[in-house]
Design a protein around this ligand. Structure first.
Ligand code: SAJ
Length: 430
């Protein structure tokens, strides 16, 4: 009877890699791997597959188009999983909003799609962010439907850590964490990532790797919540929080993040809930979520103040992407603010130079401000710095800067009242 150790071939010769999920993480990962391997990119969204097979990219990300052109010969896009030596799961894990728990349907179906193709010694890599123990309790049992036990194939969780807007650079240079079910899995995965990763590769088990990923994003969310709370307190005390944060961050052990109109994106605004769902101890984490989700209401309370006495006010939001210079609007605070403004019965106009397919109509810059009473900067895209205030045909010259991003004098010189979140002078909520 073969011992467990010999159930997996000595060395996995990797030629073909199948990446499931061609979104903001899966596609750059697939293209980086295609520099060395034959890569089959799989996505259930036919529009993404058609776009890629027509030689175009489904979203904007720095340098990605150059890499795509360089590795096209090694990369094919399809809607169906094909046999491979390595399978990478990089599908979204959205939040089940009503229960505030991870929605693992895409991870489950990806594992279901791999199982029929899984061969002895193949490696499966889970990159999607998941609650702790998901690999052990959810993914591995599905992969074992292949008829192979988890001793007969390899498995790791390698959480992605790259920041949208600088994804390729961080995928190559950031340290990587590989949480594997055994040494062979960890070493085989290490060799695969070594094809493009220059950062250190750190080894652990699957559950610790799952937990670490959530700690990273949760620590950022909690720190942003603290910055937002400082902004609210500073406003009450007529203190400029931006100046105060600058000064406090001169302390060698202090790094306060930036306040703003809320936290968006598919990660920081979501992942902390993957910890609260599995624990009874998560007080600060839930509170931080509440504080960050309250920022659009805080901004609205200020706008109400500014527009007191204005009948049928018109409001304009500039920037609906969840952060600057990206086209991603998932969980953006601009969505919440738009709905809040509409529930006031006010007219709201939206403009964003990067975003497509937003649930509300996006107008071009000048249309968006025609007859408006208040412009709100929600996302501080760099391109907004080039706007000439004198060209804007507004009804009332009010601009609210939730990101402390504007050159104030330029706007004040054109007669605009500039209100900056947290500046201690202009931004006082009702
Ligand atoms: N934000 C603030 N104040 C700040 C920093 C950010 O209000 O000081 C807001 C942003 O405007 C945005 C949100 O927080 O709405 C998140 O933006 P981000 O740039 O902080 O992060 P993401 O979501 O783009 O990327 C994060 C990164 N995680 C960490 O930095 C710990 C990235 O490394 C992860 O790979 C990514 O989540 C992910 O996919 O998990």
């Amino acid at each position: 009877m073969k011992s467990k150790k010999n159930l997996v071939p000595k060395r996995l010769l990797v030629r073909k890699i199948c990446v499931l999920g061609l979104g903001y993480i899966g596609l750059p990962t697939a293209l980086l791997l295609a520099q060395k391997y034959l890569v089959i990119g799989v996505d259930i969204n036919e529009k993404i597959i058609t776009t890629l097979n027509n030689g175009n990219l489904p979203f904007v990300e720095k340098e990605l188009d150059n890499l795509f052109r360089k590795v096209r010969g090694n990369f094919t896009a399809t809607t169906t999983v094909k046999p491979a030596d390595v399978f990478i799961i990089a599908v979204p894990t959205p939040l089940e909003e009503s229960l505030k728990i991870a929605d693992l349907q895409y991870v489950r179906s990806a594992a279901e799609m791999i199982a029929p193709h899984l061969k002895r010694g193949n490696l499966v890599i889970l990159e999607s962010t998941v609650p702790p123990c998901t690999s052990e309790n959810v993914v591995l049992p599905i992969l074992e439907k292949s008829g192979l036990s988890r001793n007969e194939f390899l498995f790791v969780h390698c959480p992605e850590r790259a920041i949208p807007g600088n994804t390729l650079f961080e995928m190559i240079n950031n340290d990587r964490i590989i949480g594997g079910i055994n040494e062979k899995s960890r070493n085989t995965a290490k060799n695969v990532y070594a094809s493009f990763v220059k950062g250190r590769v750190l080894i652990t088990d699957t559950t610790t790797a799952e937990f670490v990923k959530l700690m990273e994003n949760t620590s950022r969310d909690v720190n942003i919540a603290l910055a937002n709370e400082f902004a609210k307190i500073a406003s009450e005390m007529r203190i400029n929080v931006w100046e105060a944060i600058d000064l406090a961050n001169r302390h060698p052990r202090v790094k306060i993040l930036q306040p703003g109109p809320g936290v968006g994106g598919h990660c920081i605004a979501i992942d902390p809930w993957f910890l609260t769902e599995t624990s009874t101890q998560a007080q600060m984490i839930s509170l931080a979520r509440t504080i960050n989700d309250s920022m659009p209401n805080y901004v609205l309370s200020k706008v109400r103040n500014i527009l007191r006495g204005v009948s049928n006010p018109v409001i304009t939001l500039w920037g609906v992407a969840y952060k600057k210079n990206v086209d991603d609007w998932r969980a953006t605070p601009a969505l919440r603010l738009t709905r809040l403004i509409q529930s006031e019965g006010w007219d709201v106009r939206l403009h964003d130079p990067f975003v497509r397919n937003f649930p509300y109509t996006l107008q071009n810059l000048h249309e968006s401000v025609l007859g408006t009473d208040c412009i709100i900067i929600m996302t501080d895209h760099d391109i907004f710095q080039e706007i000439n205030p004198s060209e804007l045909r507004v009804r009332s010259k009010n601009i609210v800067d939730t990101r402390n991003s504007l050159k104030k004098e330029k706007w004040k010189n054109e007669g605009f009242a500039v209100y900056t979140l947290g500046d201690g002078t202009s931004f006082h909520s009702g």
